[in-house]
Design a protein around this ligand. Structure first.
Ligand code: BDR
Ligand code: CA
Length: 386
């Protein structure tokens, strides 16, 4: 019988309901009947599943291999800590891009964070020092002195990897085909450079989960979000590459806020990481509240990492999203088609005549909803206590 799209099996569906049992319970005491049922039904099912499991599906049960491309950055630092404290993901590399801070400072900050968590085994590589076309635009106001809210971390013990960030991305994607999830949380320059240099990585990447964009407004101006606005040409390449892409934009990150009360709870478990996190978050909270628009601090980038750990924090809608690279007021906007259709026109007597609608192919899973309280308490539970 078929109910909806799900196939529901009944006993009469079985090809040979009368066929002799594989394991006869008569031969075994009653107590072992459950075990027999397990052997009879579960074991063959597991065997068949293993037989047909592709390497990609097997990899799903092991930690997800991620590369974080970042411009640390207050919320970038929180995102890195979340990743390092989450067994569901395995950070294969951290690549640094110019953004919130100049790339040299970003590299130093990333190394300080990896040193703080004792993860010098993770390569940290410097990438692009400027967007593809324009000079860099840094964000001292949002990130504070040194880019991490004025927090003072000791000089890094970890050393930078000698590779160029985009080259390291290319190398790791080929090393782990279909296993790498890219998590870009800064301007998209490094990712675009990697795609341009070696387009064969695109079908080998498992998915891209980026923090950037927004379909209901911007934070640099009315419509553009910082990461996309900083390098729209790079974003254009990344959004049109043809890989599975989830956009975790301002629509969800600006409604997921950390408060002073949250930080006070964290501080009940003092430690070197806690004190760093508290300084970063308090800076973030103060800045965001200071705008008069927010009641807490946004931790944008942590949501992209969160979505890599557990996609159920978000609800998404598939949409066609294009990057505006020209507009007088709209450069850097993520232009989302929420209906996935456009008008179909034909030329009649020298003018365009609408003759219906025609579908457009979605290219992005757009995050449109978030369970914000669940995410914030998850984040705090992961990064607290260290
Ligand atoms: C994004 O811009 C940066 O300032 C943050 O780190 C985040 O990646 C939010 O628009
Ligand atoms: Ca960032």
């Amino acid at each position: 019988m078929i109910r909806g799209s799900k196939r529901v099996f009944s006993r009469s569906d079985m090809a040979h309901p009368q066929e002799a049992p594989l394991f006869s319970t008569a031969l075994f005491p009653l107590a072992s009947r459950r075990a027999l049922l397990f052997l009879r039904f579960a074991v063959p099912a597991i065997a068949v599943a293993l037989l047909f499991a592709s390497p990609a599906s097997l990899a799903q049960s092991s930690p997800k291999k991620i590369i974080i491309d970042t411009d640390p950055g207050t919320d970038d630092a929180i995102a890195l800590l979340l990743a390092f404290h989450s067994p569901e993901v395995q950070v294969q590399a951290v690549t640094v891009v110019a953004g919130n801070v100049p790339v040299e400072m970003g590299l130093d900050n990333a190394l300080r964070v990896t040193s703080l968590v004792g993860r010098c085994d993770v390569p940290v590589a410097k990438g692009a020092s400027r967007p593809l076309l324009e000079p860099p635009a840094t964000g001292l106001f949002w990130n504070g002195p040194g880019g991490m809210g004025g927090a003072q971390l000791p000089s890094p013990k970890c050393q930078a990897d000698s590779s160029f960030g985009p080259d390291l991305i290319i190398q790791l994607v080929h090393k782990y085909p279909h296993e790498i999830t890219l998590v870009p949380i800064g301007p998209l320059t490094n990712i675009a450079l990697a795609v341009r240099k070696d387009p064969t990585i695109v079908p080998l990447v498992r998915q891209v989960i980026l923090m950037g964009g927004g379909i209901t407004g911007g934070n640099v101006n009315a419509v553009a979000e910082y990461n996309v606005h900083s390098d729209p040409e790079a974003a254009d390449i990344v959004f049109n590459a043809g890989w599975p892409l989830t956009m975790v934009g301002l629509d969800v990150t600006e409604i997921t806020l950390v408060t002073d009360e949250d930080v006070s709870k964290l501080e009940q478990h003092p430690g070197p990481e806690t004190s760093f996190i508290a300084t970063v978050l308090r800076y973030q909270i103060g800045t965001y509240k200071g705008t008069g628009i927010f009641h807490g601090g946004a931790i944008h980038d942590a949501l992209a990492v969160g979505a890599a750990i557990d996609p159920t924090f978000l609800t998404t809608q598939d949409m066609r999203v294009d990057i505006e690279t020209r507009g007088q007021f709209t450069r850097g906007m993520t232009v989302a088609n929420r209906k996935n259709v456009v008008e179909k026109e034909t030329m009649v007597d020298g003018h365009a005549e609408a003759i219906g609608v025609t579908p457009v192919q979605p290219n992005v899973h757009v995050a449109t909803g978030i369970d914000a309280p669940r995410f914030v308490s998850f984040l705090l539970s992961r990064i607290g206590n260290h």
